[in-house]
Design a protein around this ligand. Structure first.
Ligand SMILES: Cc1cc2nc3c(=O)[nH]c(=O)nc-3n(C[C@H](O)[C@H](O)[C@H](O)COP(=O)(O)OP(=O)(O)OC[C@H]3O[C@@H](n4cnc5c(N)ncnc54)[C@H](O)[C@@H]3O)c2cc1C
Ligand SMILES: NC(=O)c1ccc[n+]([C@@H]2O[C@H](COP(=O)([O-])OP(=O)(O)OC[C@H]3O[C@@H](n4cnc5c(N)ncnc54)[C@H](O)[C@@H]3O)[C@@H](O)[C@H]2O)c1
Length: 478
């Protein structure tokens, strides 16, 4: 049996593992990065990037179809599914290629292509039989789709995000399960690309939205565009010939519909099972995840660190990269362990309209019994949003009573990705609503809608004047 001794072993070469490797390899040559599958990362291969490529094609089709509003008519778009998927695959491969170039540049002795499992606190057994002894270990094993048992029996008609981006053509029809981030992004994109798509959600959830009013608007908007059942009562999902039959209850009646595929997007589970954690002295929670400090990545008081989607709190790319850095920093300098403040939580869903959530969510604020006020703007009448024909949705901003400190926001509406950043930076700078209102606002821009919501909020806090209706000194539509 081959044995290898290293100072630091990193399990998983995704975004978190690669970031950790960058930090560790700047300080020591005694490092091993172990990857069970193909190098290239989830983000580039089957996550962030290919999903946005599919969405970009869907947006092109949508704009072609909806330009009537401006008196410009293109007619029904001719969607060439093979060409759509060719671009998705080729651009995806280009992004993956950049990652592979970086991996190629690393010394061979720093890499292992094998699955790792803990044998003890300091020993890993690799699937090629090698035993790796490491002084410190970083777990960066990511996550995988969680497939509820109800979908067992669908065989090759059950697909996940991992399958979609390898398609060579668009299918005729897809039933999407889960109205979370993946279900919304991919479901709406497929619909816009002419695939007969029906989305089956649960409990009225829409992406990460927790504010009841914002969620209600989002449900309304998506249900007006395509068959979107946010609270589906699904009776059966079964294989039917070469397809999938979904039976659900609509107004007391059973409705059965057949689709080519069933895309399951019902959440993801961290890859910490099958990791042999039971062979370590780490304390695990009820989900089998090691107890750890989110500010240092350290598991208990051990020499083992964890980063990225292998912990489920903030399964987002920029968080995985930050956590990878922290784990790498601390594994390198151990036993000195530093705690790093987290950046403001920030999430964006690339649906249309987009969804964003920043800082403390409505659910967080209610759960901790926060004393807060809400300011709101409906995008329906916002000047620039109307100009561009994207006047759908609502923004809620929250601030602390008595201090006026900005706490968080939730939104479904136009270009939410940009509001998410503006507001996350405001929150991280600990601005009050009054201070935010002192900042300049150009005219005519969507940000004037944010100003309206902030003015309403400042008034609700008792810290500002009542905003004038249709404020004329703001410019028309401001
Ligand atoms: C469809 C989709 C779209 C997304 N879109 C966005 C987006 O727009 N914006 C955003 O911020 N985030 C997005 N995400 C989330 C983002 O992709 C993840 O947060 C990020 O990729 C996590 O990185 P990671 O390093 O933790 O995991 P990964 O990149 O998954 O890396 C983990 C690696 O560990 C390996 N591994 C697992 N077990 C073992 C083992 N036992 N031994 C050795 N290796 C092992 C795996 O093979 C994998 O390569 C999306 C995710 C999906 C699925
Ligand atoms: N734009 C982005 O940043 C982006 C995009 C895609 C994915 N991601 C990341 O990937 C993670 C996983 O995404 P996801 O969409 O799989 O998970 P999610 O947690 O966002 O949503 C899963 C949804 O499935 C529902 N659900 C569960 N079981 C169900 C069932 N049997 N039938 C119908 N619905 C069911 C849940 O109620 C929930 O609404 C996200 O949390 C996010 O962090 C981010």
């Amino acid at each position: 049996m081959a044995r290898k001794n290293v100072e630091i072993a990193i399990i998983g070469a995704g975004t978190a593992g690669m970031r950790a490797y960058r930090e560790v390899s700047a300080h020591t040559d005694s490092v091993l990065l172990i990857e069970a599958a193909d190098f290239g990362t989830t983000c580039a291969r089957e996550g962030c990037m290919p999903s946005k490529l599919l969405i970009a094609a869907a947006e092109a089709a949508w704009h072609g179809r909806h330009s009537d509003l401006f008196g410009v008519r293109f007619g029904e778009p001719d969607i060439d599914g093979r060409a759509v998927m060719k671009r998705v695959r080729e651009e995806r491969d280009r992004f993956v290629g950049f990652v592979l170039q970086a991996v190629d540049d690393w010394p061979d002795e720093h890499k292992a292509c094998a699955r790792a499992q803990f044998r003890s606190d300091h020993e890993l057994e690799l699937s090629d039989g090698t035993v790796v002894e490491a002084k410190r270990i970083i777990i960066a094993t990511g996550s995988r789709p969680n497939i509820p048992p109800v979908f067992a029996g669908l065989g090759d008609r059950l697909i996940t995000n991992a399958d979609v981006f390898d398609w060579h053509d668009l299918p005729r029809s897809v039933a999407v399960f889960g109205a979370g981030v993946i279900g919304l992004e991919l479901g709406q994109a497929l619909h816009r690309l002419g695939v007969r798509t029906e989305l089956f959600g649960r409990d009225g959830a829409v992406g990460p939205i927790s504010d009841p009013e914002v969620a209600a608007q989002a449900r309304h908007i998506f249900a007006a565009e395509f068959p979107f059942h946010a609270d589906a009562r699904v009776e059966r999902v079964e294989r039917s010939g070469d397809g999938v039959k979904v039976t659900h209850i609509v107004q007391g009646q059973e409705v059965a519909t057949t689709f080519d595929y069933c895309l399951v997007a019902t959440g993801r589970r961290p890859n910490v099972d099958n990791l042999g954690l039971e062979n370590t002295s780490l304390e695990l929670n009820e989900r089998g995840i090691p107890l750890y400090d989110p500010l240092s990545g350290r598991c208990g008081d051990s020499h083992i660190f964890i980063a990225g989607d292998s912990v489920p709190e903030l399964p987002l790319l920029h968080e995985a990269a930050d956590e990878g850095f922290v784990a790498g920093y601390n594994a390198t300098r151990f036993p000195e362990v530093r705690r790093f403040a987290r950046s403001t939580p920030l999430g964006v869903v690339f649906s249309d309209p987009q969804i964003m959530i920043v800082g403390e969510s409505h659910r967080d604020l209610v759960a901790r019994g926060a004393e807060f006020e809400t300011g709101s703007v409906d995008w329906q009448d916002q000047g620039r949003a109307r100009v561009m024909g994207v006047n759908k949705g609502i923004l809620h901003v929250y601030a602390e009573r008595n201090t006026g400190r900005f706490l968080g926001a939730e939104m479904v509406g136009p270009r939410a990705e940009h509001f998410a950043h503006l507001l996350a930076w405001a929150r991280q700078s600990e601005l009050t609503i009054a201070q935010m209102l002192e900042r300049p606002f150009y005219h005519p821009v969507l940000e004037e809608g944010l100003r309206t919501a902030l003015r309403v909020l400042n008034y609700n806090l008792g810290m500002g004047a009542k905003p004038p209706p249709r404020c004329l000194d703001c410019g028309p539509g401001g």
